[in-house]
Structure formats: structure tokens, C-alpha cells
Design a protein around this ligand. Structure first.
Ligand SMILES: Cc1cc2nc3c(=O)[nH]c(=O)nc-3n(C[C@H](O)[C@H](O)[C@H](O)COP(=O)(O)OP(=O)(O)OC[C@H]3O[C@@H](n4cnc5c(N)ncnc54)[C@H](O)[C@@H]3O)c2cc1C
Length: 229
């Protein structure tokens, strides 16, 4: 399949929101949390990179949230794309999806690890059986709380949804949570052990959070994660 870029805008320095369409299909079928794989031949080598879909199913349209890895092979190519350009892609895949919407959940993201949660949060909250949900989102600065207005809007609409951004490099005007997501795990989870925890971001954070959760007594099956590297 080919994905055609139809729109994009920068949401922070070197972080871009992309909107693609797949002209070959009327409906792109996927579950919130799944990813698409883009591929291109670079220097005679086939390069494949997965990207979490950052939108709910909507006809043949899907959105991504990407950061530029400056010395990376593939992401700089995507940042060079202009509206109308296309890229080869595979059908959506992946197991990072809400397993049981009837269980309380904590979603944990850092940086562009927020991408799969953008559709997973409304997907979870719209499910009739869903319960309490906390989204713990770690970024450096207040200006890089991606999709902040959307998550704050959902928190106003659904009192059982708590949106907790935390800043590792907050300036003095910030009155919210500070530090890494790890610092706020206990506050989010308390002595509960009957909820599911979903984690997405770079390996160092994901492994660290998993280790803390295991030490807290969580079972492997309750920890669902996606590592970007
Ligand atoms: C299931 C899955 C979903 C993903 N979804 C997204 C997504 O929604 N948005 C996104 O930006 N990336 C996502 N990634 C990462 C993406 O696939 C690429 O690895 C990333 O774009 C770098 O590719 P590159 O060819 O430019 O860099 P490479 O030449 O492959 O260089 C890799 C280097 O980049 C680092 N790296 C990889 N991903 C990131 C990142 N996101 N931020 C900073 N450094 C990184 C690695 O640690 C490594 O050092 C996802 C990865 C997986 C496995």
C-alpha cells in the first residue's frame, strides 16, 4: 500500500504531526494502539520502520506523531516529505492494544510514546465497561505536552480520567508534577495491584518502569508495553 501525505504541522521543535491517506482502500482497519510499517530502499537496502498510529480509525486516513532522529536513517526522510508525496507501507499490526477495557488502567508515555495513547484514551473511555484511567505523560518542557488540550478536554468530559503530565525540565512558573514518570508511579497506583499498566516510549524508560512494577508485585500479564528502540 502507499500512504500519501495530506497534511502536517510541527507540534514542537523536531516533532511533527503527520496526516496520511491510503488511496487504495476505503477504510484502513486497525485497533487503537497498533502501528504501520513504512519502508523505503535507502542505499540499496530495504529499510523498514514502524510508527504507532496516533489517531482513531477514520476512513482511509491515519495520523502519526514523530520525532526527528537527526542522524537517523529513516525519520529525516519523513521530515523531508511534502504534501502529495507518498511512502510504501504495510497493513497495521501490533499487540499494544487495550486488552481488557473492564479493568482499571494506567497509561504511561514519554515523548512521542504518547502517539498510540492518543486513540487508546478515547477508545478506552468510550467503552461502556471501562473504569478509571490515568495517563501519566513525561516530557521535558510545558510547551512539549503534545495534544495537551485534547487530553485536558477528555479529563473534563470524563471525571474518571486523570491526565497527569510531568516535566523533567520545568520552569518556575509550572505548578504541576515534575520529574520523571517513575517518580509518580506510586501516586498513580497506590496499593492497587488489580489494574493494567500500559507503557510506551524508549527502552530505558520502559525497562525501568517495568522493573519498578515487578518489584511492586505486578504480574507480567498486567504490564503491556511498546518499546520504540
Ligand atoms: C512499534 C514501534 C512504534 C514506533 N512508533 C513511533 C512513533 O509513533 N513515533 C516515533 O517518533 N518513533 C516511533 N518508533 C521509532 C521508529 O520506528 C524509528 O526507530 C525512529 O523513527 C528512528 O528511525 P531512524 O531510521 O530515523 O533512526 P535509526 O537510523 O534507526 O537510528 C536509531 C536511533 O534512534 C533512536 N530512536 C529510535 N526511536 C526514537 C525516537 N522516537 N526518539 C528518539 N530516538 C529514537 C534509537 O535509540 C537509535 O539510537 C516506533 C518504533 C516501534 C518499534
Amino acid at each position: 500500500m502507499k500512504a500519501v501525505l495530506v497534511d502536517f504541522h510541527d507540534i514542537a521543535p523536531e516533532v511533527r504531526h503527520f496526516v496520511f491517506e491510503v488511496p487504495e482502500v476505503e477504510q484502513l482497519h486497525f485497533k487503537p494502539g497498533q502501528f504501520v510499517s513504512f519502508q523505503e530502499t535507502i542505499r540499496d537496502k530495504k529499510i523498514i520502520r514502524p510508527y504507532s498510529i496516533a489517531s482513531l480509525p477514520d476512513g482511509n486516513r491515519f495520523e502519526l506523531c514523530l520525532n526527528l532522529v537527526k542522524d537517523g536513517l529513516f525519520s529525516p526522510r519523513l521530515f523531508e516529505m511534502k504534501v502529495g508525496d507518498s511512502v510504501e507501507m504495510g497493513a497495521p499490526l501490533g499487540f499494544f492494544v487495550v486488552r481488557n477495557p473492564a479493568r482499571e488502567a494506567v497509561f504511561i508515555a514519554t515523548g512521542t510514546g504518547i502517539a498510540p495513547f492518543r486513540p487508546m484514551v478515547p477508545g478506552y473511555l468510550n467503552h461502556p465497561a471501562s473504569k478509571e484511567l490515568t495517563l501519566l505523560f513525561g516530557v521535558r518542557h510545558e510547551s512539549t505536552i503534545y495534544y495537551r488540550e485534547e487530553f485536558e478536554g477528555l479529563a473534563r468530559q470524563y471525571p474518571r480520567f486523570r491526565f497527569w503530565p510531568t516535566l523533567s525540565r520545568a520552569d518556575t512558573a509550572w505548578t504541576g508534577r515534575t520529574g520523571h514518570v517513575q517518580t509518580h508511579l506510586l501516586e498513580a497506583i497506590g496499593d492497587r495491584r488489580d489494574l493494567d499498566v500500559y507503557i510506551c516510549g524508549l527502552k530505558a524508560m520502559v525497562d525501568d518502569v517495568r522493573a519498578i512494577l515487578k518489584a511492586m508485585g505486578f504480574d507480567r500479564k498486567q504490564i503491556i508495553f511498546e518499546k520504540y528502540d
